[in-house]
Design a protein. Structure first.
Length: 174
């Protein structure tokens, strides 16, 4: 949800307004990456502080904690609005960071493609075929060392079972 500038001015103090104004379109693109990281950290701290203040005020309103001032707070709307505005600014910063990362990925991908094309063209110029791997004499037949049995597996099983039965009868008669 967006907020009007009037609502933001009412919710934020001067220092916070300056930080939030750096997260808008023309200013955010002029910031270097290091300044962007510092701004993200600072904005996170501000947002977390506003959220914890809003939670404290909510607890005071419900009577769960002692009031910080002389009397318990009656409303936490202003602090909640401040936290929302700061969260929205942080969202804009994260989107800009994602946009920059995507651009750098695309840029490196294009650089790699240009380099591959350059290598391919250089190989064509030197008359090197595209795929230089070829078989020398072809595949050679290597015979198996294991001898193939000529007895069917079913016959082998039948004979094994018959020998087992014979041995059992012999052991039982002794």
């Amino acid at each position: 949800m967006g907020f009007t500038r009037k609502e933001e001015e009412r919710a934020l103090d001067v220092d916070e307004r300056q930080v939030v104004s750096q997260t808008r379109h023309p200013a955010i693109q002029g910031l270097p990456d290091e300044a962007l990281d510092k701004l993200v950290r600072r904005l996170r701290d501000m947002r977390d502080r506003a959220k914890s203040q809003a939670n404290q005020q909510r607890r005071e309103m419900r009577g769960k904690s002692d009031p910080k001032g002389a009397a318990p707070k009656r409303s936490d709307a202003g602090t909640r609005l401040k936290a929302s505005v700061l969260s929205l600014s942080l969202k804009r910063l994260n989107a800009e960071i994602q946009r920059r990362a995507s651009m750098s990925r695309n840029h490196s991908l294009a650089e790699n493609a240009r380099h591959a094309l350059e290598l391919k063209l250089r190989a064509k110029k030197n008359n090197i075929p595209f795929n230089t791997r070829h078989a020398n004499q072809g595949m050679r037949d290597i015979p198996d060392k294991k001898v193939t049995s000529l007895v069917r597996p079913a016959e082998r099983g039948r004979l094994k079972k018959a020998a087992a039965v014979f041995q059992a009868r012999r052991d039982a008669s002794e």
